[in-house]
Design a protein around this ligand. Sequence first.
Ligand code: SF4
Ligand code: FES
Length: 365
Amino acid sequence: MIAVEPPLALLAELTHRCPLRCPYCSNPLELAGASAELGTAAWQRVFSEAAELGVLQVHFSGGEPLVRRDLVELVRHAAEVGLYGNLITSGIRLDAERLRALAEAGLEHVQLSLQDSEIALGDRIAGLAGAQEAKRRAASLVRQAGLPLTVNAVVHRQNLERLDEIIELAVALGADRLEVAHVQYYGWALRNRDALLPDRNQLETATAAVEAARARLAGVMTVDYVLPDYHAHRPKACMGGWGRTAMVIAPNGDVLPCQAASTIPGLELANVREHPLEWIWNESDAFARFRGTDWMQEPCRSCPLGRQEVDFGGCRCQALRLAGDAAATDPVCRFSPHHDRVVAAREPGRGDDFVYRTMKRPARV
Ligand code: SF4
Ligand code: FES
C-alpha cells in the first residue's frame, strides 16, 4: 500500500437541494433528495474524524448549504474541532441574522457564486428570477460582517463577452479574491456543452482580460484563473492528484476522491455511516484505485515529459467520458491516442438553450 499523507481539505456536500438550477452544476445528474442526507450528529462525527485525520479546512457546500437548518450547528462543531470553515454559497436565503450566527459559530470565509454582470442574463443562467439581486445583497452582508469574500465566476460562451464587467462587479461587491473559472465538462456541464463551450478567440480574449485585471487590481483584489481543459495540450492534476490532498463527502455520506467519482463504474465507494474516515482515506478501494502512478497505462507509464507525478495522468472522470476508460490517459494530453476527441470537441457550441439542473426529469428551456 502507498504511504499516504493526510488530506488537507474536505468538501462537505451537505445537500443537493438548491434554489438555483445552473446548467454547469458539478453535482451528479442523479441528485440525492433530503431523505438521503446525513443528519446533524453524523456530520459532526465526520468533522471530528476529519480533524483527527489531519484535515485543515472544511468547505461547506452543496447544492446550497444554507438550506440545511442545522448549518450553524455544523459550522460550530467544525470550528470547535479546529477546522477552518468556508461557506460555498449562492447567497440566496442569506440574511443578516443567519450570517451573524454563522460568524459567531466560527465561520471564517465565504465564497459566493456569480453568474453574470447583467441581472437578467445572470438570472437566466441561474434559472431563478431575482437571483442576482439576492447575491448583491449577500455580498454586502458578508462585507458588513467583516468576513473575507471570494467571488466565484464560472465563465462560458454565454457570458465571456462581459468578463471585464464581471471583474468590475466583483471589485464593487468588495471581493478580496475573484476566481474566474472556465466550465469543466463533466455532469450537467457535459450535457450542456453545446451551449457553454467557448471558441478559441473568446478564450484568448478572456485570458488577456484576466492578465490585464491582475496587473490593474494588484493589492485590491486577487484574480485566480482556471483554464478550460478542452483548449489545453496538457491535463491538469485533477483534485491535485487522486486521493492526495482532498476528499468529497456526498450528502448521503459516500466519500469520493472527486465530485464526479460516483460515475466511475466498479469503483467501490465507502460510506461514513459504515466506516471511519481514516480507513476510507487510507485503505478504501475508491481512494487506492488511482492513487500514485502504479495504475497508469501507456503513454503515461513512459511519459515523454516525465510528468507522471506532476499531473497524475489528468482527470479520471474525463478519461472515462472521452476515452471510455477511467484508467486511460486523460485525452486532453496530446500524447493520448484519444486526443483527437478533445480537438474535435473544441468546435464551439451551436445552441443557446440550457438543460437546467433539476431533481426531477430534466427539461430543455
Ligand atoms: Fe501527463 Fe500522462 Fe500526458 Fe505524460 S502522458 S503529460 S503523465 S497525461
Ligand atoms: Fe473526477 Fe477529475 S473530476 S478525477
